[in-house]
Design a protein around this ligand. Structure first.
Ligand code: FO1
Length: 321
């Protein structure tokens, strides 16, 4: 079975590990979000691609869900001693190596998709990981700074990591997305898929950014195969992260049903909500999306595998309908 998964960072990566457990023989292609990418110290950092690569390759810091295991921060400390920041973004020594290799290859003229493939040669994640685009896309967030009252547009990482989404996101803009082209292999993988899954990743800044690349949304809608998503919102709050902050920016309430409606029946065929949200199943089905309530807390690998199994079961149900 050929499965295509649109993935952001931690939620997407952990779901993918469950999917590999639930469907060990599946041929999985991951279309990774690159809107979180940031240039720091002259290096290109791709947090979501790296989170998927390290998680599936066994190199992730399990506790925080991003960055490398067994990490040290000497380089960051040395840079700080020169007054070179930002200090708010935690790049470790082992992680730096990835960004150096990536930047070197990009400078030599390789596209990001080829660079990602080369990095994955080391990590062997067991999936084909493709960035959504080889073109530069950067998510920016419009905020009003609490101290100065100044309205400013800042990089997504500054909003997420430095400000911890503590001020309302007034707008979320995937800068460059409109001009971006899907990376080689993205549209082909979608066209050849048997099932397309949206893991419980952020619907605005992860999956929303991937869908903002012209051609990807249309290809998924036209694929003619079941498209099934899992709600990142459980009991009206995000399972992890601060998805509610960016959902508000696009006028979507922070509920499992509202996120399903936001994707819409033109895109989604099936939607899984948590058992605590069972009362919303009817509302989602009324929107033309087949819905089931199952446990959606990815507390460990077994739980993630059960979620993946439920998603594949719902996909088969949709296919047979
Ligand atoms: N998240 C944090 O909360 N603090 C950090 O200092 C931080 C550094 C970092 C470095 C490399 C990387 O690949 C990811 C990193 N993240 C960090 C996670 C990242 O900012 C976000 O969680 C994702 O971009 C959202 O998917």
């Amino acid at each position: 079975m050929r499965i295509v998964v649109l993935a952001g960072g931690i939620g997407g990566a952990r779901f993918l590990r469950g999917l590999q457990r639930a469907s060990p023989d599946a041929d999985i292609t991951v279309i990774g979000n690159t809107g979180d990418d940031i240039h720091l110290f002259g290096l290109k950092v791709c947090p979501d691609l790296d989170t998927v690569m390290y998680t599936l390759g066994g190199g992730i810091n399990e506790e925080q869900g991003w960055g490398r295991t067994d990490e040290t921060f000497h380089l960051k400390e040395e840079l700080a001693a020169y007054g070179v920041g930002p200090e708010w973004f935690g790049l470790g020594d082992r992680d730096f190596a990835t960004h150096i290799v990536r930047t070197q290859m990009l400078s030599a003229g390789y596209p990001l998709s080829a660079v990602t493939e080369a990095l994955c040669d080391r990590w062997k994640p067991g999936v084909r990981l493709i960035p959504m685009s080889d073109d530069r896309v950067e998510t920016h967030v419009a905020v009003t700074l609490p101290d100065s009252g100044e309205r400013k547009v800042i990089h997504f990482q500054e909003y997420w990591v430095r400000l911890r989404a503590s001020v309302p996101a007034e707008a979320v803009v995937p800068v460059g997305a409109e001009q971006a082209k899907p990376a080689p292999g993205v549209l082909e993988a979608i066209a050849e898929a048997d099932v397309i899954l949206f893991p419980p990743s952020n619907p605005v800044v992860s999956i929303g950014t991937i869908l903002a690349v012209p051609g990807i949304r249309e290809a998924i809608a036209d694929a003619g195969v079941p498209v099934v998503g899992l709600s990142p919102i459980v009991g009206d709050a995000p399972v992890r992260g601060m998805a509610d902050k960016v959902l508000a920016a696009v006028g979507v309430e922070s509920t499992a049903a509202a996120v399903a409606e936001h994707y819409g029946s033109g895109l989604l065929d099936g939607w899984l909500v948590d058992t605590v949200d069972a009362s919303t199943v009817e509302r989602v089905e009324a929107a033309g999306i087949r819905c089931r309530a199952v446990p959606l807390m990815m507390s460990d690998l077994d739980a993630a595998a059960r979620m993946a199994h439920e998603a594949l079961t719902l996909a088969e149900e949709v296919r047979g309908a």
